[in-house]
Each structure stands twice: as C-alpha cells, then as structure tokens.
Design a protein around this ligand. Sequence first.
Ligand SMILES: *[C@@H]1O[C@H](CO)[C@@H](O)[C@H](O)[C@H]1NC(C)=O
Ligand SMILES: *[C@@H]1O[C@H](CO)[C@@H](O)[C@H](O)[C@H]1NC(C)=O
Ligand SMILES: *[C@@H]1O[C@H](CO)[C@@H](O)[C@H](O)[C@H]1NC(C)=O
Length: 512
Amino acid sequence: MTNNLRLWHRLMFVLLVHSGVVLGSELWPRINGGQSQCYPVQTKDKVSGAKGLLCLRLPWQDPKTLTVDIHIGSAGWELNDVFVWLGSNETDLPYDVEDAWATANFDEFTYTHKRVRERKISIQTSLLNDMGFACPNRATEYFAAVFATVKSIDGRKSEALEIVKSPTESMSDAANLLPYTISCQRFSRSQIMPRPVQSINGQSTSAHRRQLQDCPAYPSNTVFNLTEAEMSKVSYAIKLNMLVTRSEAGLMSKVRKEQKDNYELFNGWCDLNDQALVAKPKDEAVCYACFMGTNGLNPLDGIQNLILSSSLIGDCMVRNGYTDAYNTSYRDDLRCKIDECVQSCDDGLCPLVLSGHSQGGAAAIAAAIDLRHYRPTTITFGSPRPFMVTDDAPCTDLNAEQHYRFINTDANNYDSVPYGTLSGSSNFGQVFLLDDTNWPIGYPGFNADQTRDPQSSALHDRGQYEDKILAIMDRGCFPVPAAPWGQGHYCHYDDECFGNCIANTCRDEANY
Ligand SMILES: *[C@@H]1O[C@H](CO)[C@@H](O)[C@H](O)[C@H]1NC(C)=O
Ligand SMILES: *[C@@H]1O[C@H](CO)[C@@H](O)[C@H](O)[C@H]1NC(C)=O
Ligand SMILES: *[C@@H]1O[C@H](CO)[C@@H](O)[C@H](O)[C@H]1NC(C)=O
C-alpha cells in the first residue's frame, strides 16, 4: 500500500479542531474567508489546463458529522486516495508529512478512506459511528487530518503535480494553513474562527492511540428513549425560549430583525404582557412556536399567573391567566404563521413544536390544545399547572403523550413553579426531572403530577434549564434514556426511584 501511495504526489492538510464554532454560507471556494482553503497547484510538465486550485472545506452542519469536501480545479487531474483521520489529541494523528506515507501504520489510527476517481468529492464521517467519538463537553478539542493524493487523468506521472508551497516552503507548515476550529456545539455557528497558528514542527510522530470516549451505560430500567431528533427539538426549544424572553433578548421587533437571516422562517409578535415567535431552522424541517414566560418587569403579567377563573379550550379547562397568554392580540397572526410554516414542508406537514418556559410553557399548552389537529409536541420548562379538571372537562384534547415537561432539580430542591399549589390545578404529560448528570433523565412516570417538596425558585431559572439541555447535547450520546433514578441517587419520593426512596436516597429494593 505504502509503495502505491508514494507514486502519487501527496497533499496533506491538518485541521486543528476544537471548541467554539462552525459554518457560514455554502459558497466555496473562498480562501481564508471561512469555509474553504485552496492551494494553488501546477504541473511541471505544463499539461494543458493543469493549473488550478485544490480546495478543501469543512462544512460542519451537524456537530457529530464531519464533512470534508475536496475539489481539484486542475482539468488534467483527479483525486485518487483520500484519508480522514480524527483524534482527540494532536498526537493521535500521523503528523510528520514528509514521512507519513513512508512510515505511517494506517491501522494505528482511526480513519476513513475513500478511493475515488473524481475531481470533486464529499466525505462524511460520523464522529459517533465511524470514529467512536462522543462529544462530552463544549471544551473538547478534536483534531482532524486529511490526506489526499491526486492522479493525472491520462496516466501521466503524478509526481509532476505539485503544490505551490506556502511561503514557509515547508510541507509540515502546510498543516498550519488550515487552522479551522469546529465544534460539538450545535448552535454557535456564527463563523469559522481561525485558530492561532501553532507550530507542530518537532511534534513527536509516535502513534498515540485515541481514547474512545464511551457513552454511559443504559440503565436496565429505561422506560423510554429520547432520540437525538427529539433532543434536538428540546434544545432548539430552550434556545428559542431565550429569544422570546424580553428581559434577555429585548423587544420582539429587534429580535426579528436580528434573527430573520439565521432561520428559514422567523416571525415574532408582542403586546403589553406577552411575546411569541414562530421559527423554522435552516437545518431542520421543524416548526417551533415559543411563548414568553412571566415578564418579571411587568406586574400586570405576573397577575396572569394568579387568575383563578378558567375557560374551555377543546375539552380542557385552562386557567384564564394562561389562556390569555395564548389568546393575545396577535393570536390569529401567530396561527396563520404556524399554518404557513407547517405547510412549508415537502409533504405539507412539518412537525410542530410548541414550547415555553414558566408561564410561557402554560401558554404553549393552551396552544397545543387549540392546534391539536397538528398533533404537536409540547415541550415545557418549569411550566405551572394550567388545568382545572372536571367531569365535563377531562382534557383528552391535550396530546399528553407528546407533552414533555422538563423540571429542574438538585439534591435538595425542585423548581417551585411546576408544583405551585394554586387551588386544585393539574397538569398532564411525560415528566422529566433534570439533575446534573442527566443520565438517565429522571422519569417518575406519565402524568406523575404529584407535588414535590422542598421547592426553590432559584431552580426555576431558564439559564439552568438551558445549561442542562446543552450539556446533554454536547455529550452527544443518543438516545438519552429516561428512567427512574437508580441506587444512590438523591430523591424525595418513591416514584423517582427504581426502588424506594429511603432517607432521600434511592435504594434498590432487592437490597432492602
Ligand atoms: C496529548 O498527548 C500528549 C502525549 O500523551 C500529552 O502530553 C498531552 O498533554 C496531550 N494533550 C492534550 C491536549 O490532551
Ligand atoms: C434505549 O436505547 C438503548 C440504546 O440504543 C437500548 O439499548 C435500549 O434497549 C433502549 N430502551 C428502550 C426502552 O427503548
Ligand atoms: C380569546 O379572545 C377573544 C377576543 O380577542 C375572545 O372573543 C375569546 O373569547 C377569547 N377566548 C378565550 C378562550 O378566552
């Protein structure tokens, strides 16, 4: 193999890959502008049309898929062998370019290899499946190296093609020409940031095997799994909940202006007490409608939470404070935009996600009943109980199976808002208790609406919800199990544990 490879001229790119960033537009090549790097190439024997560019780009649309696009602009040449290595440490890669083909033991490293006869190829590498990577946190660094060989179309000696070298005239320094950073973080794709040039000359080339970063084991009592697609919805929902919150993101008119280019569709409304938005991301055929929580600055809005009277939506009696938070002056506009968004998918039915934090969650629930013909997924974070259930209003019109109720916890407390004890109100759906590890997500059961004490309003903070959800996304282990907590986990109620909750600790019944 090595001998064969040496017949072709070698081109090597080393990409330093660490936390921080991602993508821009789809136009390429664009030298140093962000997403691609091009090398001028020429032939010594003046093959006509052989001058051109060899370009490489890393679209990083999905945090767990590395896409390497390589394009050779010289008419007389094709790509031949392409290798992509990944590592979690620079020493995981075969760095010494001059020696790499001669000495690299390819099996020493994890790589993807494609043999091609094309002028332009796209290689997709799954960090999880092909490379066995998890993405444990936002600070994790990954390193990637791409090797490509080229071959003349008419079989001329390939050595004739050479890279016009970088000013340093050192092949090793070519490694520094592609200092891209890529990230496991789904949402910070503002731009590709050039990483400060690091000298890699003198780096040891001794093989240093990549450590596999394993996902935690699945608990045997997993009740159900939250798929990656579902968790992606949850993470978009919590992000969009930030944009709909006036005290954090500002007035909706400003947010709309700032965000409209970042989404395929973005609309937002506000009135005195409430704000809502409808958004469809560019990379996901899903429609999100998010509702603002209590506007702490406006006492009138806080009062919405305390209104005890109720109105029917479908067969659900919803407390008027929350009905009003949905039944706003802009409700009809909002519904039109949701219709338009849902119909914008090829099959005419994009999935619809309704979401909100705090009072916004209850408004999302009211919307979910009103829009039940779309069979929406409702994702709430620390939502209060919105329903007054009676014999006449059993509330079967809420699709509770797809109502995901995230509730923040720590060892001592529960978010106080979901369990506020306003006069017999209730809630339905899948209860997900967030702790600091979220493996598994605590699952006391379907419709497990019992009041949990002690409570703390500090745990109601939207930012805490966001941090926990993003930590789950960053870990990159899917599906995420939801299960009663296991032996040794904190607890206050039996339904939180696989066994019993004894002295605030889950105990496996078998041991007691
Ligand atoms: C990479 O590996 C080398 C050698 O094992 C080690 O000294 C170095 O600290 C590692 N770097 C990082 C960033 O983990
Ligand atoms: C959850 O997913 C894991 C990993 O794919 C699988 O082993 C387990 O059986 C699944 N459990 C349920 C309840 O779906
Ligand atoms: C929603 O608001 C309209 C007026 O804007 C009102 O006629 C209607 O009764 C309200 N619906 C509910 C359920 O409160």
